[in-house]
Design a protein around this ligand. Structure first.
Ligand code: NAD
Ligand code: AKB
Length: 318
């Protein structure tokens, strides 16, 4: 059961996940108890739904003041630089992804916050990890700066839990597919772009090759997984790094075929770029048995249900 006394801060609330997660948290905890924050201007969908604060998470003093002033008890840290953007500026990606987490972990320790959520990614895995049903515990040798920062972040989460008792929880999200807020520079964004282009222009040029499989998930499943993980009793959590999380696996060719069922004239061409190498290093599917066993995770959307819902909503947006 969620505690109505919780006061939540979402950092990176205007991003692809942040908008939908903030709205979902406001439904559960009450609009005024969920403070949204971001570097960017407030997202259209958040306007009028609850408090919004402009924040650079890299400024630890400002973050600390905000946490105290708003009596914050839980933080969801979503600010990050994703895989494709990260490869263009590795130093910046490392700096932002690491320092933001350390700032929040330190404040969680100092202010004795009840809980902290920070997402990891399938990007922690690398070319030497098993690519099919990639296990929770296996070879982890990420090749992108994003993946390296996520792996280091997982270790920091476990460290703060073990040494300072911080209740930090984490999921290794697959590529997330959604239509409400635009994606922020990931390798898996191709699938979202394909749905947008299919409804707008009837054609898409994919930067990922046709038979490249990647683990993916529809946003409603990701939001539900996040809230279920955060609401489960602490005694159910056996892992303080980050849980593998699986839903669907598909290739560009497969999602294109699914789109054609709804938009028969849709055509696709392929022109792989630097993101292909990133995709090649990642798993094709994930073993998430531990998440299922510990806190009862079960996805709902398959490729067909996800594509149908995406296209229906994108058509409504036009
Ligand atoms: P996003 O890029 O869409 O959103 C991130 C938000 O953080 C943006 O609104 C950005 O303005 C904000 N931000 C950046 N720097 C900031 C700063 N210094 N201070 C405050 N805000 C700042 O990313 P997303 O897709 O919503 O991802 C959220 C988290 O989930 C990230 O940690 C990401 O690595 C992780 N994740 C996402 C996916 C996915 O497919 N979207 C998959 C795996 C993991
Ligand atoms: C990306 O492609 O960078 C993200 C992720 C899987 O972490 N979507």
């Amino acid at each position: 059961m969620s505690n109505p006394k919780e006061r939540i801060l979402v950092i990176g609330a205007c991003g692809q996940i942040g908008v939908e997660l903030t709205l979902a948290l406001r439904k559960i905890y009450g609009n005024t108890n969920v403070v949204a924050s971001d570097l960017r201007n407030e997202h259209e969908l958040l306007k009028g739904t609850g408090p919004y604060v402009s924040l650079d998470v890299m400024n630890k003093e400002m973050l600390h003041v905000l946490v105290i002033r708003h009596n914050i008890t839980q933080v969801y840290l979503l600010a990050a630089i994703l895989s494709a953007t990260g490869e263009k500026n590795p130093g910046l990606a490392w700096h932002i992804n690491m320092q933001s987490l350390i700032n929040v972990l330190e404040i969680a320790k100092e202010e004795d916050l009840h809980k902290l959520y920070w997402p990891s990614s399938i990007a922690v895995f690398g070319a030497n990890s098993p690519h099919q049903h990639t296990p929770q515990h296996t070879i982890i040798e990420p090749s992108t700066v994003y993946g390296i920062s996520k792996f280091a972040g997982e270790r920091w989460c476990e460290y703060y839990h073990k040494h300072f008792g911080v209740d930090v929880r984490s999921l290794r999200y697959p590529g997330l597919i959604s239509y409400k807020s635009a994606p922020g520079g990931g390798t898996t964004d191709y699938a979202i772009e394909m749905c947008y282009e299919a409804t707008e222009n009837g054609h898409y040029k994919s930067y990922i090759a046709e038979n490249t499989y990647l683990p993916m998930m529809y946003m409603p499943d990701a939001i539900r997984a996040t809230i279920e993980l955060m609401e489960t009793d602490a005694k159910n959590i056996s892992l303080h790094t980050s849980y593998n999380l699986n839903a669907v696996s598909f290739s560009p060719k497969e999602i294109a075929a699914e789109i054609k069922k709804h938009i028969p004239g849709f055509t696709i061409s392929y022109d792989p770029d630097y993101r292909q190498e990133i995709a090649n290093s990642w798993p094709q599917s994930i073993d998430d048995n531990l998440a299922r066993k510990d806190w009862g995770w079960k996805p709902e959307y398959d490729l067909a249900a996800m594509t149908e819902d995406m296209l229906k909503n994108l058509k409504k947006k036009r």
